[in-house]
Design a protein around this ligand. Structure first.
Ligand code: NAP
Length: 350
C-alpha cells in the first residue's frame, strides 16, 4: 500500500514536517539519510548541517541556560550516546537541537529509515521511491527536505589533501590534534567563514581568514567578533590558488593570489577550512523537478511549498538559497506538511 507522505531529509525542515504530518494522522515515513563514509565526507550525514555546528544562538526558545537536564529527560536514552550534551550553561547546540526535533517527531509516531534515497519516479502515481539499499516505497505525496552541502574551491591540490588538512567543517574537525597551536586558513567572507574562524581561533596559533574582496558578507555581530579576536587575521582581496603540502605532513600551507594585482605569496598553515557557500542536495531527483539556475528546487506558487510536480513539496535549504536559517527551514517544513495534508484531502487520497 502506498504511503500517504514520504519525507526525504532529516534537518529542521524534515523533522518539522514529520511532527506536523504525524499529528495530522498522516503516519509519515522519513528517510533520514545513511550513516556512511561518503556522507561523512560530503557533510550529508543524517540530521543535516545543524548537526555539524556548535551553539545555535538564534533559534527561538533556547536562550543560554542549563539545558542538560531538559535534554536528558526528553531524548530517548538509546540516542543519548550518539551526541554530546553540554552540562554547563549554554545555548542549545546543533546536535542537541536536532536530536530534540527527531525525538519530537518519533513521539508522535513518525517512522524512520536510516538510508539515502537513490532515485525517485515522479512520472507515475503513486510516486516511486528507491533507497540506496534497494528498499522500494510508493507514496501519494513526497516532501523533499534534503538540504544543501558545503562547496569546495575545486582545486586538484584541495582534493589531494581532503582529510589531511583540508576540511569544510571546523566544528567536525577543528579540535583534531593536527590543528592545535598551528596557523590555519579559513576561506570565505560569509557568516560560515567568520564562525569557523572564530571557532578555530580557540585551537590555532593564528587563523588567516582569506577573502576575495575587501568587505565581508557576514552579519555585523559576527564581523565584530572576528575583528576583535586577536588570533584572527583577515587577508583581504586574496584567493587560494593552491594547497601546499606533502605525503608526510598533509597540508603545510597555501599559495595566495591577489585579486587586485598579480602578487602571489605562500603562507604557512597546517589546515585549510573552506566556507564558501553550499550546493543543494538534489542529484537523486535527476532533474524531475524544476530548479533555479543555482540548482535549488523551485517553489512554483508564492507562499506555498508546491513544486513543479503536483503532490511533491519542498522544504528547507534544498529550495531556499536566500534565508537558509534553521528557523526558516523548520517553518517551511511545517508549511510542506500542511500543503501535503491539504493536497491529499483535496485529491481524496486521505
Ligand atoms: P554565503 O553567505 O553565501 O558566503 C559565501 C562566501 O564565500 C562569500 O563571502 C563569497 O564571497 C565566498 N566565496 C564563494 N565562492 C568562492 C570562491 N570560489 N572562492 C572564494 N570565495 C568564495 O555562505 P555562508 O557563509 O555559508 O552562509 C550561508 C547562509 O547561512 C547565510 O544566510 C548566513 O547568514 C547563514 N549562516 C548563519 C550563521 C549564524 O548566524 N550563526 C552561521 C553560518 C551561516 P563574496 O562575498 O565575494 O560573494
Amino acid at each position: 500500500m502506498a504511503e500517504n507522505v514520504v519525507i526525504i531529509g532529516s534537518g529542521p525542515a524534515g523533522w518539522a514536517c514529520a511532527i506536523y504530518a504525524s499529528r495530522a494522522n498522516l503516519n509519515p515515513l522519513v528517510f533520514e539519510g545513511a550513516i556512511s563514509q561518503e556522507n561523512y565526507q560530503n557533510g550529508t550525514l543524517p540530521l543535516g548541517q545543524l548537526n555539524l555546528t556548535t551553539e545555535v544562538e538564534n533559534y527561538p526558545g533556547f536562550p543560554n541556560g542549563e539545558l542538560a537536564g531538559y535534554i536528558r529527560s526528553s531524548v530517548d536514552e538509546k540516542y543519548i550516546n550518539g551526541f554530546q550534551i553540554l552540562d554547563e550553561k549554554h545555548a542549545v547546540t546543533g546536535p542537541e537541537l536536532m536530536n530534540l526535533m527527531r525525538q519530537q517527531a518519533v513521539n508522535f509516531g513518525t517512522r524512520i529509515i536510516t538510508d539515502d534515497i537513490q532515485d525517485v519516479n515522479f512520472s507515475e502515481r503513486p510516486f516511486q521511491i528507491r533507497s540506496a539499499s534497494g528498499e522500494e516505497v510508493e507514496a501519494h505525496a513526497v516532501v523533499i527536505a534534503t538540504g544543501a552541502r558545503a562547496n569546495y574551491l575545486g582545486l586538484e591540490s584541495e582534493d589531494q589533501f581532503k582529510n589531511r588538512g583540508v576540511s569544510a567543517c571546523a566544528v567536525c574537525d577543528g579540535a583534531l590534534p593536527r590543528f592545535r597551536d598551528v596557523p590555519l586558513v579559513v576561506v570565505g567572507g560569509g557568516d560560515s567563514a567568520v564562525e569557523e574562524a572564530t571557532y578555530l581561533s580557540k585551537f590555532a596559533s593564528v587563523v588567516y581568514l582569506v577573502h576575495r574582496r575587501d568587505q565581508l558578507r557576514a552579519s555585523k555581530i559576527m564581523i565584530d567578533r572576528a575583528v576583535n579576536d586577536p588570533k584572527i587575521e583577515i587577508v583581504w582581496n586574496h584567493v587560494v590558488e593552491e594547497v601546499l603540502g606533502d605525503d608526510e605532513h598533509g597540508v603545510t600551507g597555501v599559495r595566495l593570489g591577489s585579486t587586485v594585482d598579480d602578487a602571489v605569496r605562500d603562507v604557512e598553515a597546517s589546515g585549510m577550512f573552506v566556507a564558501i557557500g553550499h550546493t543543494p542536495n538534489t542529484l537523486f531527483l535527476d532533474g524531475q523537478l524544476e530548479m533555479n539556475e543555482a540548482g535549488y528546487i523551485k517553489w512554483t506558487e508564492s507562499f506555498r511549498t508546491n513544486t513543479s510536480v503536483e503532490g511533491v513539496f519542498a522544504a528547507g535549504d534544498v529550495a531556499d538559497d536566500y534565508y537558509r536559517q534553521a528557523i526558516t527551514s523548520a517553518g517551511t517544513g511545517c508549511m510542506a506538511a500542511l500543503d501535503a495534508e491539504r493536497w491529499l484531502a483535496a485529491s481524496g487520497l486521505h
